[in-house]
Structures are given as C-alpha cells and as structure tokens.
Design a protein around this ligand. Structure first.
Ligand code: ZN
Length: 53
C-alpha cells in the first residue's frame, strides 16, 4: 500500500507553512501496534530554507 499526504511545517524564520510531501511506504502490524513507514520529501523545505540564507 502506498499513499501520500501533505503536511505543513511552520517555518521558524518567517512563520509561513511549508508543505512537505510525505509518502507512506509500508504498513505492518507489530502485535497491537501499527507500524507505518514514512518518507518525507524535504525538497520544498530545503528550498525554502535557502531563501533565508
Ligand atoms: Zn521561512
């Protein structure tokens, strides 16, 4: 199962919400716990961080 979603991380420098694409890679059961693999795409975050350099 592969799904994606977008989360928003508030930039500490300017306060705007920077979108982060997150891909859920695997979902497994570990006893009663559900283990979800997450792969955040930090490209946009890095690009935004550079604007503050
Ligand atoms: Zn910022």
């Amino acid at each position: 199962m592969a799904a994606t979603c977008v989360v928003y991380e508030q930039c500490p420098e300017c306060g705007i919400d920077v979108p982060i694409d997150v891909r859920f890679t695997t979902t497994e059961r570990d006893g009663d716990a559900l283990v979800v693999g997450m792969e955040p795409d930090l490209t946009d975050v890095m690009a935004h961080a550079w604007t503050h350099e």
